[in-house]
Design a protein around this ligand. Sequence first.
Ligand SMILES: [Zn+2]
Ligand SMILES: [Zn+2]
Ligand SMILES: [Zn+2]
Length: 576
Amino acid sequence: MTRPHISLHPRCGACGDDFRLGQKIVAAIRKSRSVQVINAYTFPDYGASDDTAPDIDWYFCRKPSCSQCNDGAADAATIHVDCYNLFRLHCNNNDSLYRLWLTATWRRPWHGAPSLRLFPDVDASKTMQLAATACSLPQLTAVPAEILHMIGEYAQPSPLGRYRAIIDLAADLNSQEQSWPQSLPLSEIASWERGGHAVVNESLHPIVRITIDCWGLKRIERLVDNPPFAGKRSDTEVYIIEAQERLRDVTVQFQSGLGRLDVPKDSVDLQLWDTPTPPSLESLQNMPRITGTTQFASIDLRKANALTFFVANGSTLAVHGHTRRRSHPETTFDRISRQRQRHAAWIYVPLPSKDRITHFGIRAPHKFTRSPWAAADYSYLFRFELAGDVIVGPRFLGPTQDFIWPVKEQLLLIFNVAELAAISAMSAYPNESSEITPFARLSKAPFQEACFSSAPLEGIVLLQIYSDAETGLCRGILAEYGNGSQRALGECRIGVDPVCTYKSPACLCFTQVTRNRSGTSIELKGIKVSSSYQSEHKHGEVGWSCFPMRGTLQLWFTNEQSILEVIVDEAELMPS
Ligand SMILES: [Zn+2]
Ligand SMILES: [Zn+2]
Ligand SMILES: [Zn+2]
């Protein structure tokens, strides 16, 4: 007999932190009036934990779009073992287990909702105050709140942050009165806020906006019309904006100040946005027909100081928008399955404040045969005032199409996100027509799946060469120019890989090497790159070529291979 599935959520229902691979977890399921807590073993990369005992009644499943999870998997909470134990120690009401189950499962806005991975709106300074007490360092609390907050941000996620989250949750649930469950059709609800009562009315505005944060349903409100795009976006909330008519079968359950949608299977496909005023899907260029409940994320290109695209076999798995608050792309990379991480190249595109991006574009292969709703392959086009045209990503065989957007006060890069799945739809907004000279076509890629990057050598005042800690081979090069613009080649994994920095280099030197993929006879191409302040110099090894800072560097790469070339226009070499 097949065992019923318990879907493993990627986050702990109690502390709200992401599970890490191998962390010990429990699952809590409701059985009539009681809650049963079962050992769910360790959090797996994909599928089931290897150590699940065969005599367990359940199959703990972490497979996106698993049909058996979709078909009536238990409404289960998954929780760190240590969070569960700590909570039990601090919350000892008769019904504390039920309250924990309710809080944890209702973090999902409806049973079967996708994992939204919303950041908690944490008060990091509270964690630091706890650290001051725990470590007997009262002077910590004398530090200005702004700095405490910054330290606390660095300490997230941390065991201390998790500890505080559980203590707070236990205190909250201890102090709350448990109320009876109640259910209302969404069509009757005029407004509701978490912690309060639903306001019911008969004549209601036709548009419903539902706000969801890391605790689940937060607010229900009514709007006269679809709100016009206003550009605001959030890392902590997502929004559903729909005509009441489409949500007619949806009801809302309420209990103890919490709310949860009841969305009958196949009744409606919901779209979740990280902006409260999303553009209409029909207005987005290059958007395939969307089916199924879909979460859209956006990155404001004028607010990010860099982008990192994670690309494997031509597909973009994820994009990280670097901002002051979210400077580490690892937080996005960690959400890709281990299996895919192994093949993902990190394509870094700096957006320095001294340069201005004027146009952004997506180059997509024509999809003659492929289903439009499969993982989509893109390369990316950027036009900068100072750095000029930057083209990054894979080169496609056959015809391609460019979609270009001018970047004015704001441009949101919009794409779908789904747990453990690649991006399959990408666009940008707002649309504004602009006549521009087309971006260049790329030459043929020197090896399969290679991604392109390039940068002029002239005018470089700072060169940073990133290398692989294991092989010592160059992974990427970041160039900064006298006018403040920047260009990146290959994989610049800032803060991850060792880096060598050269100020005002006189030349760039490299040698192409080959090695075998470990345990196989497959030959991989790699490069060693160095730089020098002197144009006349020698290398300890044979095979090095030295280039003055003239011409254009072209680096073709995947996450395990690279080929570097210097392209010099013959005309440049002619004496003037
Ligand atoms: Zn936890
Ligand atoms: Zn499943
Ligand atoms: Zn040299």
